[in-house]
Design a protein around this ligand. Structure first.
Ligand code: CP
Ligand code: NVA
Length: 307
């Protein structure tokens, strides 16, 4: 049987994503008010273990996957590269083969997308992309769930991205192509997404230089840190990004019921003002919680339980 890896949104496709989102909504509703550590009534992944391998820092991905596998009835094993042999030069391929003997699935957060591919090539269990320098599909599953929960249907939406042409944007572009919404990214020269990322939008994504054009009549405004993990904190980049800061003036150009999303961690006063990220249009806290609910459905999809 083919192993179901979740390395990109395209691995699941539009139907798989829709099935996961529906499952996440159902399961979230079914355990309203329950203690976070209590397993779901059906415990669909009882007896399963999930290795969480981190070569970069994390708060949300680490804790939400830990909680997710427990709520599904399984157990997590958390590994930081600094305290494993991976950090001393053991190959990803060897790590993949070894972990496959102990665990039923592997989540990897790393820098180079090629390492994720290598993990998937040599693992004999499902591998999940917990962020690379190239993409962050788990984040976008939570974002899509949050948008749907806010009462908006995905097809035909206008989503505006402001700021850096980074890994999170790459996955939103991919989602636009798959789920049929329009994505307009406003990025400064030198920080626009590469052509290969834009191509994932299947004609649904475009890049503009003017942030006002991107937010005009938008339903959703999204941004992210200007300096991603592993990048140098360059004053020149911050200066180039400043016109792309999400402000009240820019939000006012979007639809009156527009919502604001940010994957977190945030830098108030850089990519977004405190007034917006902490204001009534912001959905950042449900968005962060939805990492848990959407990843439970990603895990179930990997094990062939849905989609
Ligand atoms: N949004 C996100 O992936 O957060 P962490 O880096 O804390 O995992
Ligand atoms: N673009 C950010 C996302 C963090 C969740 C980074 O890669 O650091």
């Amino acid at each position: 049987m083919t192993i179901r890896h979740f390395l990109s949104l395209s691995d699941a496709g539009a139907d798989g994503i829709a099935a996961m989102l529906a499952d996440a909504l159902d399961r979230k509703a079914a355990r309203t008010g329950w203690p976070k550590g209590k397993a779901d009534a059906d415990a669909p992944l009882a007896g399963h273990t999930l290795a969480l391998v981190f070569e970069k820092s994390s708060t949300r991905t680490r804790v939400s996957f830990d909680a997710a596998i427990r709520q599904l009835g399984g157990a997590p094993v958390v590994l930081d590269s600094g305290t494993t042999q991976l950090g001393r030069g053991e190959t990803v391929a060897d790590t993949a083969r070894v972990l496959s003997g102990y665990c039923d699935a592997i989540m990897l957060r790393t820098d180079d997308p090629a390492k994720l591919e290598e993990m998937a090539q040599y693992a004999t269990v499902p591998v999940i992309n917990g962020l690379t320098d190239g993409s962050h599909p788990c984040q976008i599953m939570a974002d899509l769930l949050t948008i749907i929960e806010s009462g908006k249907a995905l097809p035909g939406l206008k989503v505006a991205w402001l700021g850096d042409g980074n890994n999170v944007l790459a996955s939103i572009i991919e989602a636009a192509g798959l789920m049929q919404f329009d994505l307009v990214a406003a990025c400064p020269q030198g920080f626009m997404p590469p052509e290969r990322d834009l191509a994932l939008g299947q004609g649904r994504a475009r890049v503009v230089a003017d942030p006002r054009e991107a937010v005009e009549d938008a339903d959703i405004i999204v941004t992210d840190t200007w300096i991603s993990m592993g990048q140098l904190h360059a004053e020149t980049k911050l200066a180039a990004m400043m016109p792309y800061q999400v402000t009240a003036a820019l939000m006012a150009r979007a639809k009156p019921d527009a919502k604001f999303l940010h994957c977190l961690p945030a830098h108030r006063g850089e990519e977004v003002t405190a007034e917006i990220i902490d204001g009534p249009q912001s959905l950042i806290w449900p968005e962060a919680e939805n990492r848990l609910h959407s990843q439970k459905s990603i895990l179930r999809w990997c094990f062939g339980q849905i989609g």
